[in-house]
Write a protein that binds this ligand. Structure first.
Ligand code: NAD
Ligand code: WQD
Length: 340
C-alpha cells in the first residue's frame, strides 16, 4: 500500500515514516522543508535501510498538488502532518497560519477526491480548558486561544463537512496531546527553530548548555504542586497511532466516514514532575526558576484514551522516563552531529 506522508521530514512525520515502513507500507513524502531539514532523509535511511521517496514542494500550490495526485493515482492513504504549528507566531502572523494550514488541506482533499483514507493531525488544543478530566472526544470544542488553534478546529469542521458529502472519503482526525521524546536510535527527533517554546526541547537545550535556566510558567495553579499539567506522549507511540488509524480505515472498521480520536497516555504530569523525571532518568541536573504564568496557557489537561484503546486497538506504551531519556539522547546526538 502506498501512503503519502505530508510533512514527512518534520518531527512527528519522520517518526511516522519509520513506523509505516516497519508496518510494510511504501511511503512517499511531500515536504517544502519550511520547518525541517533535508538531512532527515539520510537519518530515516540509517534507521530503515531505505531512503523514502521524497518530493519537495509547497502544498499550497494547487497545480503541484493536482499534478502529484494524478501521477500517483495508486496512493491509498494520506497522513497530513504539513502545517505551521507555532502558537505564538500564529498570533503575530494569523494569515500565514490560515493560508498554510487551510490551502494545503483543501488542495489535498480536492486532488485526492476519490476513495481515500486520510489521517489528519489535530490537537488537544481544540478542547481549551476542559470542564471534565480526563477529557473525552465528545467534550465541547472551546473558543480557540490562537489562530493556530483555530486552524485545527476549522480543519476538523472542513473534514467532517467534506466527509458528509463524499462517501468514498474516510477520515480520522487524531487529537494529539503533548508529543515529546525521540526515536530510540537517537537518529531523528525534534529540531526546533530558534528558542524552543515547548517545555521538553527547552529542557534538553538548557541541560546541554545551549540555553539558560528553565522558567516554570506559574506555580500557583490549582494543581498538587502548583505547576500546570499536560498529557505528554512519546512521539513513537504517537507515530504508531497513525498506523492503527490507517488500518482501521483499510479494514472497514470505521463507524461512519469521519472519526475523531484522542492520542495521549491518559495521565497528566506537571511541569515540576517533568523536570524531576528528566533529572532522574538522565542524571543531569537542571537549573530552573519560577516565573509568571504564560498568557493563553490552560491549567491542566489529560485525555481519556478509552475510545482509542477500544476502537483503534492502540495504547501508549512508553512512559515519562523513556520520553525524557530519548529526548536527551537526541539532543546529545544533534550537538555532536549538527546538520548545519
Ligand atoms: P513540524 O513542523 O516538525 O512538521 C511539519 C512539516 O510540514 C515540516 O517538515 C514542514 O517543513 C512541513 N510543511 C509545512 N507547511 C508545508 C507546506 N505548505 N507544504 C509542504 N510542507 C509543509 O511539526 P510537527 O511537530 O511534526 O507537527 C506535525 C503536525 O502535528 C502539525 O499539523 C501540527 O500542527 C500537529 N500537532 C503538533 C503538535 C506538537 O506539539 N508537535 C501537537 C498537536 C498537533
Ligand atoms: C507545556 C507546559 C507550559 C515552556 C503547545 C500548544 C498545543 C500543542 C502542543 C500543537 C505548559 C510549561 C513550557 C517553558 C514552562 N501543539 N512551560 N516553561 O502549551 O501544552 O501546548 O504544544 O497543537 O497546541 O499550545 O506545550 O510544551 O509549550 O508547554 O513552564 O519554557 O510547560 O506553561 O504548562 P503546551 P508546551
Amino acid at each position: 500500500m502506498k501512503i503519502l506522508v505530508t510533512g514527512g521530514t518534520g518531527y512527528i512525520g519522520s517518526h511516522t515514516v519509520v513506523e509505516l515502513h516497519q508496518a510494510g507500507y511504501e511511503v512517499l513524502i511531500v515536504d517544502d522543508l519550511s520547518n525541517s531539514n533535508i538531512r532527515i532523509l539520510d537519518q530515516i535511511e540509517a534507521i530503515i535501510g531505505k531512503k523514502p521517496l521524497f518530493f519537495q514542494f509547497d502544498l499550497c500550490d494547487e497545480q503541484m498538488v493536482k499534478a502529484f495526485a494524478e501521477q500517483n493515482a495508486d496512493i491509498s492513504g494520506v497522513i497530513h502532518f504539513a502545517a505551521s504549528k507555532a502558537v505564538g507566531e500564529s498570533v503575530e502572523k494569523p494569515l500565514k497560519y490560515y493560508r498554510n494550514n487551510f490551502f494545503s488541506l483543501i488542495n489535498l482533499l480536492q486532488a485526492f477526491n476519490s476513495r481515500l483514507n486520510f489521517v489528519f493531525s489535530s490537537s488537544c488544543t481544540v478542547y481549551g480548558q476542559p470542564d471534565q478530566l480526563p477529557v473525552n472526544e465528545s467534550a465541547p470544542v472551546k473558543k480557540a486561544e490562537s489562530p493556530y488553534g483555530n486552524t485545527k478546529q476549522i480543519a476538523e469542521e472542513i473534514l467532517a463537512e467534506t466527509c458528509a458529502v463524499s462517501p468514498d472519503l474516510n477520515v480520522i482526525s487524531l487529537r494529539y496531546f503533548n508529543p515529546v521524546g525521540a526515536h530510540k536510535s537517537a537518529l531523528i527527533g525534534e529540531l526546533p527553530n530558534g528558542v524552543p517554546q515547548n517545555l521538553v526541547p527547552f529542557i534538553t537545550q538548557s541541560a546541554i548548555g545551549k540555553r539558560g535556566p528553565i522558567t516554570v510558567y506559574g506555580n500557583d495553579y490549582n494543581t498538587p504542586d502548583g505547576s500546570a499539567i499536560r498529557d505528554y506522549i512519546h512521539v513513537v507511540d504517537l507515530a504508531k497511532a497513525h498506523v492503527a488509524a490507517l488500518k482501521r480505515m483499510e479494514e472497514g472498521r470505521s463507524e461512519g466516514n469521519y472519526e475523531v480520536f484522542n492520542v495521549g497516555t491518559g495521565k497528566g504530569s506537571s511541569v515540576l514532575e517533568i523536570i524531576a523525571a528528566f533529572e532522574s532518568s538522565t542524571g543531569e541536573k537542571l537549573n530552573y526558576q519560577i516565573g509568571p504564568r504564560r498568557e493563553g496557557d490552560i491549567e491542566q489537561i489529560y485525555g481519556s484514551v478509552d475510545k482509542s484503546a477500544e476502537k483503534l486497538g492502540w495504547k501508549a506504551e512508553l512512559g515519562i522516563e523513556e520520553m525524557m531519556r530519548s529526548a536527551w539522547e537526541w539532543e546529545k546526538y544533534i550537538k555532536a552531529n549538527p546538520f548545519e
